[in-house]
Design a protein around this ligand. Structure first.
Ligand code: GLU
Length: 398
């Protein structure tokens, strides 16, 4: 008797994870796939962070359930990071540590949304925003940025999308999938729309905070009036190459943090004890290893940008952060290699996987059907090889 809940059918499977699984399946069949689908650093977690985890195990006292919101000293360290680096006066009571930033977002939405509420998603957006809104029986309202506007949505567009059901506005900056970074001015303009409406909150996803090639990073919660209106999401996966450790966190007004703690207390309890000790070491020590990785990403961005320019029919913005390109590939729609006709970015991704053995993620999962997402969190030689294979496969489409 196979009968899933109705809820299960309201959202899609995560496309990033699905493409990564497909690439793994090809690899397991002995096919040499270059996987540029998952947004996952190819670096190893820095040694001093792994060392802290080993010490935590050897200390013999981190075997029991941690407090649901995270260890007190860890919450204090995160609050102090916000005060010093982001100019946001969070205290430990404002911090909730979770099983990855994805759970942080899920907790927040579950704690704040009622069925029928609307969530404005600045698009292109990260895949799981839309799915999590639907999981909460709320309604995603997409506001779209275009390639011509560096994929950035303006405050005027946001204003136009606001209704009396709007509860949350969510975005990431630096943005997954476009690499765009909002300037202070642009964030201020969006904040001024939020402040006109007393029921609207913002989820500011700052997980790519460190992978930012501009010289300024602005936290939404640091802007005048926005502390009370913002849930700041962050985590260790990207900046510290810790995807598998699953440590995410929020900073939020206490009533929201308390709501998230209640949800998490019933869903998963606290995040893994040893992972928290490792992340504490990451946040309290010199971030030189992070800066080194960022330097490397910046070099790769140049390589990929030049190689993409060299492929006819591909249009791309120049990303200022994160580690993705989100090129428009629509000029290939309607073309064929003689066997199959490409009608969408989904088709093109499958074509590239099967013929060039390069895995990307179709833009439909991020709110733009004309694009594909390419993660450049891979070595320069893999990137050069992948782009060469793509160029060759695309040239066969006529
Ligand atoms: N955030 C990463 C990505 O966008 C990891 C995969 C996921 O959880 O979606 O690829």
């Amino acid at each position: 008797m196979n009968r899933h809940s109705l809820r299960l059918n309201t959202f899609e499977e995560s496309a990033t994870l699905a493409m990564a699984a497909k690439a793994r399946e090809f690899k397991s069949r002995g096919i040499d796939v270059i996987s540029l689908s998952l947004g996952e650093p190819d670096f190893k977690t820095p040694d001093h962070i792994c060392e802290a985890a080993k010490q935590a195990i050897d200390a013999g006292k981190y075997f029991a359930y941690p407090p649901v919101a995270g260890y007190q000293d860890f919450r204090e360290a995160l609050a102090s990071k916000y005060q010093k680096e982001n100019n946001v006066p969070y205290k430990a009571e404002n911090i909730v540590v979770s099983n990855g930033a994805k759970q942080s977002i899920a907790n927040t939405m579950l704690a704040l949304l009622n069925p029928g509420d609307e969530v404005i998603i600045l698009s292109p957006y990260w895949v799981s925003y839309d799915a999590l809104v639907r999981l909460c029986e709320a309604k995603p309202v997409l506001v779209k940025g275009t390639l011509e506007s560096d994929f950035k949505v303006t405050a005027a567009q946001v204003e136009e999308a606001v209704s009396n059901r709007t509860r949350i506005i969510i975005f990431s900056s630096p943005c997954n999938p476009t690499g765009s970074v909002f300037s202070r001015k642009e964030l201020e303009a969006i904040a001024s729309v939020v402040l006109k409406h007393e029921n609207i909150l913002v989820i500011a996803d700052e997980i790519y905070e460190h992978i930012n090639f501009t010289n300024e990073f602005v936290s939404m919660a640091s802007l005048p009036g926005m502390f009370e209106r913002t849930i700041t999401v962050n985590g260790f996966a990207k900046g510290f190459a810790m995807t598998g450790w699953r440590v995410g966190y929020i900073g939020a007004p206490k009533w929201i943090a308390d709501g998230c703690i209640k949800i998490q207390g019933q869903l998963t309890s606290a995040n893994c004890s040893v992972a928290q000790r490792a992340a504490l070491a990451a946040i309290t020590s010199d971030i030189a290893p992070t800066l080194k990785m960022v330097d490397e990403y910046k070099k790769r961005r140049e390589v990929v940008f030049e190689l993409l320019k060299d492929i006819p029919g591909i249009k791309s913005n120049y990303p200022l952060g994160a580690f993705y390109f989100f090129p428009d590939v629509s000029s290939y729609f309607g073309k064929s290699d003689g066997q199959r006709t490409i009608t969408s970015a989904d088709d093109l991704c499958m074509y590239l996987l099967e013929t060039a053995h390069v895995s990307l993620v179709p833009g439909s999962a991020f709110g733009d059907d004309n694009c594909v997402r390419l993660s450049y969190a891979a070595s320069e030689s893999e990137l050069r090889e992948a782009l060469a294979r793509m160029k060759k496969a695309l040239a066969n489409l006529r």
